[in-house]
Design a protein around this ligand. Structure first.
Ligand code: GMT
Length: 380
C-alpha cells in the first residue's frame, strides 16, 4: 500500500509512534510518505520505501500566526496527487485531522479519493483538545475521519466523555515497542559513568511539561537517596526544566542528579535503569514507561489515564494516586531494597512489554488500513 503519515517530528510519543509505525510498514514492503514540518527525530538514516515531504509555511510579515494547517493540507494534496497515496494516517488530532479533512475535500473536487485515519494520542483530547477553542473543530474532524483509533481504552472513554458530539466508532490500537531496540547487553558498560556499583539508578524521561510532574520525580528521589545509595537521570527538556534545576539545588541533590537533555537514543540510558518513574497528572498511554519496561526497568507511576493498562501493580511496577510522593517513594524503596525482588520486577517488566511488541500491533493497523481502503466511500 502507498501510505501518507502526518505527524509531529519532535521527541513526543505521538511522533515516535508514527515514525516507528511507518518504518515497520516500510520494512514490510509498504511505501511510506512522512509529511511534517521537519524530519522526524526517529528518521535520521536512509530507509528503503520511505520518503519525507516537508511542509513549509510562508513567513509573510502579515502572519502573526503562520497558517500551518493550510500549508499542511496543501502538501497532503500535492503528495496524494503525485505519489498516488491510497490512504492517509494522521497522528494527533490537532491540527492534523482537520487538515486531512480539508485535503480530502480538495482532492474529491479533482475526482481523487483519499480516505484518512486519525489516531488520537492523548493531550490532543485530554488537555489541548477539550479547550473550547478547538472543541467543535476536533469533534467534526474526528467524526469525518474514515476511521479513528485511540492508543488506550482510557483515551477512547475520555474522547467520548470530553467530546459529547463525537459519534464515530473509536478502535483501540495500543502503542508498541520494538523489543530488539531495548535488548542492549553492551550498554551495561556505560553504567560506571553514571553510578558506582553500589548505587541504584532511577530514570525519568519526558518533555518536562507541567502534566509530567517532574518535581514529584525529584521529591521521590530525595526520599529514596536518603535510604539507598542512588542516582537520578533526567532525560528530555521542556518548560519546567529550569524550575527542576532550581529544586535540585535547593535540595542539595545536584551531585546525584544528572540532566541529559534531548538525547536521541534514550534506550541506551534505559538499559542501565533500575527503576523508571512517571508520576504524571495524566497519561493516555505512557510510551516512555513501556519503553522502560522493554529495557527491563520496573515502573513507579500514577494510576491515571492509560497507565494502569500497561503498568501492572506488583508485577511490572507499582501505581499511586497523583501527587502521593510518600507512597511512590515507599514503593520505590520496596522494589530497590531487595535484589531478588528487583530482579523479579525487572523480568516481569520485560514480559509485560512483550505484550506490546510491534509484531502484535502492526497487523492491527494493517487490517484497519485494508478495511478503510476497501470500504465503499463514505460521504464526501
Ligand atoms: O506527553 C506528551 O505531552 C506528548 C504526547 C505526544 O503527542 O507525543 O504524548 C501523548 O502521546 C503518547 C503517544 O501515544 C502517549 O504515550 C502519552 O501518554 C501521551 N501524553 C499524555 O497523555 C500526557
Amino acid at each position: 500500500m502507498n501510505i501518507g503519515i502526518v505527524c509531529y517530528p519532535t521527541f513526543g510519543g505521538s511522533g515516535v509512534v508514527a515514525t516507528e509505525l511507518g518504518k515497520a510498514l516500510a520494512k514490510k514492503g509498504h511505501r511510506i510518505h512522512f509529511i511534517s514540518y521537519a524530519l522526524p527525530v526517529r528518521l535520521s538514516a536512509f530507509e528503503e520505501n520511505i520518503a519525507y515531504h516537508e511542509v513549509t509555511v510562508s513567513d509573510y510579515p502579515l502572519f502573526e500566526y503562520p497558517p500551518y494547517e493550510l500549508a499542511l493540507a496543501n502538501k497532503i494534496v500535492d503528495v496524494a496527487r503525485y505519489e498516488k497515496i491510497d490512504l492517509l494516517h494522521v497522528h494527533y488530532a490537532i491540527p492534523h485531522a482537520s487538515a486531512a479533512y480539508f485535503a480530502k475535500q480538495m482532492l474529491a473536487a479533482e475526482g481523487i479519493k483519499l480516505p484518512f485515519i486519525t489516531t488520537l494520542h492523548g493531550t490532543d483530547i485530554t488537555i489541548v483538545g477539550k479547550d473550547p477553542t478547538f472543541e467543535t473543530a476536533i469533534s467534526f474532524s474526528i467524526n469525518e475521519s474514515d476511521a479513528v483509533t485511540a492508543v488506550s481504552e482510557s483515551l477512547k472513554q475520555d474522547t467520548y466523555y470530553f467530546f459529547r458530539k463525537v459519534t464515530r466508532e473509536i478502535e483501540v490500537i495500543p502503542n508498541f515497542v520494538c523489543p530488539e531496540h531495548y535488548n542492549l547487553p553492551e550498554a551495561g558498560k556505560h553504567r560506571k559513568f553514571y553510578a558506582s556499583p553500589k548505587e541504584k539508578i532511577m530514570v525519568h524521561i519526558s518533555n518536562f511539561r507541567k502534566v509530567k510532574r517532574v518535581d514529584d520525580v525529584v521529591r521521590v528521589f530525595d526520599i529514596v537517596r536518603k535510604k539507598i545509595p542512588s542516582r537520578l537521570i533526567l532525560v528530555g527538556d521542556g518548560p519546567e526544566k529550569s524550575n527542576i534545576e532550581k529544586q535540585c539545588r535547593e535540595l542539595n541533590a545536584c551531585n546525584q542528579i544528572q540532566f541529559l537533555g534531548k538525547i536521541t537514543e534514550p534506550n541506551t540510558i534505559l538499559a542501565i535503569a533500575d527503576l523508571f518513574i512517571l508520576p504524571s497528572e495524566t497519561e493516555s498511554f505512557g510510551l516512555a514507561a513501556l519503553e522502560a519496561m522493554a529495557a527491563g526497568s520496573p515502573v513507579i507511576s500514577t494510576n491515571k489515564g492509560g497507565l494502569p493498562e500497561i503498568n501492572i501493580q506488583e508485577v511490572s511496577g507499582m501505581l499511586s494516586n497523583v501527587g502521593d510522593v510518600e507512597e511512590m517513594a515507599k514503593n520505590a524503596l520496596y522494589i530497590l531494597s531487595d535484589e531478588k525482588r528487583l530482579t523479579k520486577f525487572k523480568s516481569n517488566a520485560r514480559k509485560q512489554a512483550k505484550k506490546y511488541a510491534i509484531g502484535k500491533i502492526l497487523p492491527q493497523y494493517e487490517q484497519l488500513y485494508a478495511k478503510v481502503v476497501g470500504e465503499p466511500k463514505r460521504k464526501v
